[in-house]
Design a binder for this molecule. Structure first.
Ligand code: 9MR
Length: 365
């Protein structure tokens, strides 16, 4: 016979189970994907080329992300390895998968000093290419690649990483090689104009790393980025926004991030966080060599990482009116250029980390 004591202990047991379940918020919240939690605020994205991805990885993308950036396959070197050769198999397959699975695509990237065939800058007889020849090649590249994906991408990182590191912020401080040496500073405005001519509906962004640095004190790379963006706007470049890449670490200056967002918005530009990852170890914005099998990162680092992600998403939420998209640079600690530094929300086995729970919590509030 069920007596009063038994009923009371049953109720106590049920209460304990519910409380324990709720405290383990991953069990509750991971039922929702990231994109669901941030719907109506900004898009949530990730990066990858999709070639060789497992069913579980593809399912993770479908569940969590609104939009995909091709991590490598749309860059100049892979799409246009020699002057007369184009290669679109991987990006075509990626775009097709996205269309079939309700995922948008972001184009990355057209003008960059890296992953760009040296042939762009070589002239006849081993001489450097002239400004005219290099521009003609760039124009053809933009017309071909942007034209191929016209209407199929939300926008493009037209220009990537043109500002050099370690400047005081008094000038644009453009890199002194590649496009900036062969053509000059006006290559940027021309690239924006050609991309717009080819796909007038695409959003066109300037994308760079560390451009939030110095925002609070108005110096360094941030100040350079403001000078550059003001010049592009004055020259009539059809620029819609700025991509703050967001390759961050446990001690990143969060104040700079918020100030940079409001600075860019004050120029009438949209802002996206385009390549977000926060390393659980290491103190700069680069990558360690790939470490395998050596799990020496202390547990508390993952909690600190969750805290940094929490603070960042609180900022993004506060500025959701100007933020178009927050894209993570990879889906898991296994699919990351910073492998070994465990910088993403899912571990190598696609299990949600404390950082995932923190981001979900901020979005659910
Ligand atoms: O994640 C990309 C990695 O697989 C490539 O080897 C690398 C080559 O430079 O590019 C990485 O992506 C970069 C992105 O295109 C631009 N910002 C910095 C990213 C990380 O290096």
């Amino acid at each position: 016979m069920i007596n009063r004591k038994m009923i009371l202990s049953l109720i106590a047991c049920a209460l304990f189970t519910v409380t324990a379940y709720c405290q383990n918020n991953s069990a509750v919240d991971s039922l929702k994907g990231l994109k669901e939690v941030y719907a109506g605020k900004f898009l949530i994205g990730t990066a990858g080329d999709l070639k060789g991805y497992s069913d579980a990885e593809l399912a993770n993308i479908k569940k969590n992300y609104d939009i995909l950036t091709p991590e490598n396959c749309m860059k100049p070197q892979p799409t246009h390895p020699t002057e007369d050769t184009y290669s679109f198999d991987t990006p075509d397959a990626m775009v097709k998968w996205c269309q079939q699975n309700g995922v948008k695509v972001w184009g990355h990237t057209l003008v960059w000093h890296s992953q760009t065939g040296r042939w762009f800058f070589q002239g006849a007889d081993g001489q450097p290419a002239t400004r005219e020849l290099a521009l003609e090649r760039l124009k053809k590249h933009i017309f071909t690649v942007v034209g191929r994906y016209k209407g199929q991408v939300r926008g493009w990182d037209v220009v990537n990483e043109s500002i050099a590191d370690s400047g005081a912020g008094k000038t644009e401080n453009l890199r002194k090689f590649s496009w900036y040496k062969t053509v000059g500073p006006d290559v940027l405005t021309m690239a924006f104009k050609w991309a717009h001519e080819t796909d007038p509906n695409a959003m066109l962004f300037y994308n760079d790393y560390n451009i939030e640095q110095g925002a609070v004190e108005n110096n360094g790379k941030h100040a350079s980025s403001m000078i550059l963006l003001k010049r592009l706007i004055a020259e009539g470049a059809p620029i819609s926004g700025v991509g703050i890449q967001g390759h961050w670490h446990l001690d990143t200056n969060i104040g700079d991030v918020e100030k940079a967002i409001t600075d860019y918005a004050s120029l009438g530009l949209k802002v996206s966080i385009t390549e977000l990852d926060v390393t659980a170890t290491g103190s700069n914005s680069g990558a360690f060599g790939v470490r395998t099998g050596d799990r020496t990162i202390p547990k508390e680092n993952y909690l600190k990482q969750a805290e940094v992600y929490r603070q960042l998403f609180e900022i993004f939420k506060r500025h959701a009116d100007v933020i178009d998209r927050v894209t993570f640079w990879g889906i898991s600690d296994n699919r990351s250029w910073r492998r070994g530094q465990d910088a993403l929300l899912f571990d190598g086995k696609l299990q949600p980390k404390p950082a995932f729970n923190a981001v979900i919590e901020v979005g659910s509030k």
